[in-house]
Design a protein around this ligand. Structure first.
Ligand SMILES: [Zn+2]
Length: 179
């Protein structure tokens, strides 16, 4: 069974101070082996890519300083599954603590296993840009879904996957900054 919701909270230094059972079960389903040591760690240890970190830091600052509460769609795909989620980021009034709660909106099995999203797949020397928010890939200057990226790059004929270089696409950059 798939986890439907999870939440976690950070303190004023962006350290994880609380995670719920959904967090652990979601982590287990997705093979995040280090979830057990999450408490006390920096939230930013879990965000891949400097650009995405930068935009998320800005968003978090705005939530703390004046917005208070935002809700945003995001993707959290796995090798065999396409997952659309919604995250709510809520700053506690007065305090600097921020609560994140994510819930699953839809989950669909993919037509084919996507080795590009498999953390265990061997990686070659070439790099492929991936948006850490919507899970799309940059191929020939265009941001496309994993199936399309795999097709264009001929990944099913390869034994090694390109290394992933995490960033943020222009659409998500705009979405997060406008939140
Ligand atoms: Zn994106």
């Amino acid at each position: 069974m798939t986890t439907q919701a999870l939440s976690y909270a950070v303190d004023e230094n962006d350290h994880l101070v609380k995670v719920d059972r959904g967090y652990y079960s979601f982590a287990e389903e997705n093979g995040w082996t280090e979830a057990g040591t999450s408490l006390g760690r920096s939230l930013w240890d879990y965000v891949a890519g400097e650009d995405l970190k930068k935009v998320q830091r800005l968003l978090l600052r705005r939530v703390r300083d004046d917005v208070g509460d935002v809700e945003l769609p995001f993707r959290c795909d796995g090798p065999g599954v396409r997952r659309e989620m919604e995250i709510r980021i809520l700053a506690r009034p007065g305090g600097r603590a921020v609560l994140f709660s994510a819930r699953l909106r839809s989950e669909e099995e993919r037509d084919a296993f996507q080795p590009l999203l498999d953390a265990e797949a061997p990686r070659g020397p070439d790099a492929l840009g991936m948006c850490g928010w919507c899970d799309r890939f940059e191929v020939e200057g265009e941001w496309v879904e994993v199936e399309e990226a795999a097709r264009r790059l001929g990944l099913f004929e390869r034994t090694e996957m390109p290394a992933l270089s995490h960033g943020i696409c222009p659409d998500c950059n705009e979405l997060l900054l406008a939140a």
